[in-house]
Design a protein around this ligand. Structure first.
Ligand code: HEC
Length: 129
């Protein structure tokens, strides 16, 4: 076989590899983005599932005779400070979590509730006529 011809036939796989090298950073960015958005989801936070889901529901949309929805317009109007205060010190039948959860864990919950609220607002503004 002609070695020159052989090197020619090898060229296509090379360009395939090149395009893979170009695509890879995008794939990686997507995976990183996915990994980043995962923990920001209230319902997928193990702390929420362990401490809050029994009253506020597994998807945080509230439970009949239990805790109110954390994605409601009412919770939407609460500031991050208010939310932190409610979780730390309790409110009505809601137990306080000072000492049970670390300030970091409470902060994560507050941020995740805020993110949920932003999502609800976005969906509402999208469906508004
Ligand atoms: C024992 C049931 C119970 C548990 C457990 C519980 N909550 Fe609540 N939660 C409630 C009730 C009841 C209210 C309503 C309090 C009121 O307004 O009197 C409430 C209110 C709230 C509010 C204010 C919502 C609003 O619309 O004003 C937030 C925020 C909240 N809870 C977050 C959490 C988080 C985060 C956890 C877990 C760390 C949690 N709750 C655990 C029962 C519970």
């Amino acid at each position: 076989m002609n070695p020159l011809k052989r090197s020619w036939t090898r060229k296509p796989p090379m360009t395939k590899l090149n395009s893979l090298v170009i695509i890879c950073p995008f794939l990686l960015a997507n995976i990183l983005l996915f990994a980043q958005t995962q923990p920001s989801n209230l319902a997928s936070n193990p702390v929420f599932q362990k401490s809050c889901a029994k009253c506020h529901g597994k998807t945080a949309d509230g439970r009949f005779m239990g805790g109110p929805s954390l994605v409601s317009t009412r919770a939407t109007s609460a500031s991050a400070d208010d939310l932190r205060n409610i979780i730390t010190n309790g409110k009505g039948r809601m137990p306080k979590y000072a000492g049970k959860l670390s300030p970091e864990e409470i902060d994560t919950l507050v941020q995740q509730i805020k993110v949920q609220q932003i999502k609800v607002q976005q969906i509402k503004s999208m469906t508004r006529k």
